[in-house]
Design a protein around this ligand. Sequence first.
Ligand SMILES: Nc1nc2c(ncn2[C@@H]2O[C@H](COP(=O)(O)OP(=O)(O)OP(=O)(O)O)[C@@H](O)[C@H]2O)c(=O)[nH]1
Ligand SMILES: [Mg+2]
Length: 399
Amino acid sequence: MGIVGKPNTGKSTFFSAATLVLAEIANYPFTTIKPNRGIGYVRTPCVHEEFSVTDNPSNSLCMNGVRLIPVEFIDCAGLVPGAWEGRGLGNQFLDEIRKADALIHIVDASGGTDCEGRLCKLGENDPLEDVKFLEHEITMWMANILKKDWPKIARTAETETQDLLTMLEERLSGLGIKRTHLFETLRKSGLNAEKATSWSDDDYLRFIDTLRQVSKPILIVANKMDLPTSQDNLERLRKSNRLVIPACAEAELALRRAAEKQLIDYRPGDCNFRINAPERLNEGQIKALEKIREKILLELGSTGVQDAINTAYFRLLSMITVYPVEDLEHLSDHMGRILPDAYLVPYGTTARQLAYIIHTELGQGFIYAIEAREKKRIGEDYVLKDRDVISIVSARKRA
Ligand SMILES: Nc1nc2c(ncn2[C@@H]2O[C@H](COP(=O)(O)OP(=O)(O)OP(=O)(O)O)[C@@H](O)[C@H]2O)c(=O)[nH]1
Ligand SMILES: [Mg+2]
């Protein structure tokens, strides 16, 4: 998951809150130059209670009935208009998101920073313009990567045996673009893959812009919701028909740090917290925490950070959670660990595809699988459902 946006919007604050990795945060543009990487968690109710077992998570964590599935975040340097042509930190930033499945765009909803991240009067900047600018930058960056080779690819596709999708797939695999993305892009853009040489420049850009939407979907986080001008802008962002989550990354960071020191009881995503150790907090700290409670948690329902992470995986990427087990009776792996793993997979993944995701040999030797809830035998084409517990029977075992 790439965390992107213009400078000074709170990307590193969001990243630190999500991962608890220390990242430099400051009130000026280009604080982050080298990207930060860290692990955060998608949260989903664990299935162990439903099966009345105590679990021993291995690839994930389970806390008070909530399964925490690790996902990687990249906190990028700020992007300024013209970055695709090399302005600001330019392509260096864009290269960081090559492998990202999706992007979280941190927007300064207060409108208190200009298009290059410099402080301005609250409300002066239009965050909707920031959203459009980022989409444009990424489209232009992708368009530029392919531009030089495009005429040749289009010609070859018409005159020789190689088809357009195969060539594009090869050329763009470094951007995490898969054949299914290309299929969907052609369908959505309505362009004729067999007549690529007749595409106009506008057609080409429309193709790339659709490819961007399909292969790097964006969740918008309207950050700095604690500031007075943010609410109006949030409404406007929502009206633009994009997926938008309001947030206050600064509040989440403060709460997670306090929880880490056991000063408060708070789990990311909670709508409230409890002060544990008032004697270790000074008056100013208590005041600040109470302000977060009143102005953020009670008004927004949460700080929005965990909500954004979950929304990015479950709604933007349409992922589901599945729990593969080896021993159906005990719901365990070969080491006896109960419900050891939770996998995030795209909706539409079949039982056999899951086997391949776990291990190539498991996929190759797939015979059938059993769904643990109804103890039903399922075939390779069974489409997995959210929270399925699955045991795969394969002719070949994991090495
Ligand atoms: N009011 C308010 N300020 C915030 C919030 N989140 C971050 N900030 C402040 O915004 C400023 C920029 O935060 P950073 O996290 O460094 O922003 P960035 O987007 O990583 O900036 P660059 O690395 O320069 O691109 C800092 O002063 C933060 O304290 C928030 O939710 N509310
Ligand atoms: Mg930063």
